[in-house]
Design a protein around this ligand. Structure first.
Ligand SMILES: Nc1ncnc2c1ncn2[C@@H]1O[C@H](COP(=O)(O)OP(=O)(O)OP(=O)(O)O)[C@@H](O)[C@H]1O
Ligand SMILES: [Mg+2]
Length: 360
């Protein structure tokens, strides 16, 4: 009941503008795969090509191993869910859900039974006779998902389906969506510009920038081992030092910057020496002694209490801004504003990375 999707060298041009540039990805049957990236990076264009609303300018798309070139949207085993749901306000919920079956000539009793089964699946048992206007935003979203599932697609395509909901509901719906995906086993391709959503729900994430897929990996790998500066900065926070690679051996390099020379993991810079070093605020330590390596003298600035962690803002001698995050374990000591301390980081938790993979 689920199918894999392969994109091979897929490009999409709008006139002279290339919206998707050489996308290559193999999404497995039953996988929850997200495309994550900022506005305009080409996410929706990829979904529209998979669903058949537009054809790639170049390249091949396979669904369940079959090239779908020339197949219209209604001939593909896909269902698309948009940001605005377009439920029919004058139909009760159960008819909304089974509408696609009515179009296919399925009889009323079967449609009603199928609608009830899907309402249970999306945790709205017994809501079939309600009207759309009686539902909350999250409930409407679940009806839209039930409606898409009614036609038994092998692939669900979801284009920022939670963006209209408030934060609490969005977080709740993350878990719901993931649970629905697990229960059905249908392949989900999920589009979002919200890194938290992508990391929390997905088996794998494809991070995009300017039409190019930058990295495809599971959420931990994306967060812990970003391949370039774009992925590192788009997913999570960083302290960034610009500098030059001095010497390198077995994946580690010595890197000179205006703030000192640091040791860090070396990413794929090609033959470049000039690059940036990225280290996450939660991977830094503040101490009063410079006995450790990779230490920078800083003056403590604003300290903000965020609940589960404490963000400490600090500046270097030359005025660069750095941030350290201390986990709030209930007894963490918080540095005084104005104190002079050393911010340090483990070489294994810092990476020297190239910038984004973009067109020249
Ligand atoms: N029909 C079209 N004609 C011309 N340009 C288009 C068309 N559709 C999309 N584009 C352009 O292609 C690029 C990618 O658009 P797309 O809708 O895929 O972005 P997105 O990643 O989904 O962004 P958002 O997060 O804002 O929805 C954008 O620069 C957009 O302006
Ligand atoms: Mg979009």
């Amino acid at each position: 009941m689920s199918a894999g999707i392969d994109l091979e060298n897929v490009c999409c041009d709008f006139g002279t503008f290339r919206a998707v540039d050489n996308a290559n990805v193999s999404i497995k049957p039953g996988e929850f795969f997200s495309f994550l990236g900022p506005s305009g990076c080409g996410k929706t264009t990829i979904l529209r090509m998979v669903s058949g609303f537009i054809e790639p300018t170049e390249g091949v798309i396979r669904i369940g191993g079959k090239d779908v070139k020339g197949q219209r949207p209604n001939q593909r085993p896909t269902a698309l869910i948009f940001q605005n749901l377009a439920l029919f306000p004058l139909m009760p919920i159960w008819e909304n859900i089974s509408f696609g079956l009515e179009v296919r000539g399925v009889d009323k009793a079967t449609r009603r039974a199928k609608a009830e089964e899907l309402l249970k699946l999306v945790d709205l048992p017994g809501a079939g006779d309600k009207m759309v206007s009686q539902l909350s935003g999250g409930q409407k979203q679940r009806v839209a998902i039930a409606r898409a599932l009614a036609v038994e697609p092998s692939v669900m395509l979801l284009d920022e389906p939670l963006s209209a909901l408030d934060l609490k509901l969005r977080q709740h719906m993350r878990a719901e969506l993931r649970a629905i995906q697990r229960r059905t086993g249908v392949t989900f391709i999920y589009i979002t510009h919200d890194q938290g959503e992508a990391l929390a729900m997905s088996d794998r994430v494809g991070v995009m920038s300017q039409g190019r897929i930058q990295q495809i990996a599971d959420p931990r790998e994306i967060y812990n081992n970003p391949v370039n500066g774009f992925v590192a900065s788009f997913v999570g926070e960083n302290n960034i030092f610009e500098g030059e690679v001095q010497t390198a051996a077995s994946g580690m390099a010595s890197f000179s910057t205006p703030h000192g020379t640091f040791r860090a993991r070396l990413g794929d810079l090609g033959d470049k020496k000039h690059a940036k070093l990225y280290v996450r605020p939660e991977h830094t330590l503040l101490s009063t002694a410079a006995t450790v390596e990779n230490a920078v003298l800083v003056t403590i600035g604003d300290v903000s209490f965020e609940g589960n962690f404490i963000a400490v803002h600090a500046s270097t001698e030359s005025g660069a801004h750095l941030t350290s995050e201390i986990r709030n374990d209930g007894s963490a000591t918080v540095p005084e504003k104005g104190a002079r301390m050393f911010m340090s980081f483990d070489p294994a938790r810092a990476s020297i990375l190239p910038d984004a993979n973009v067109r020249a």
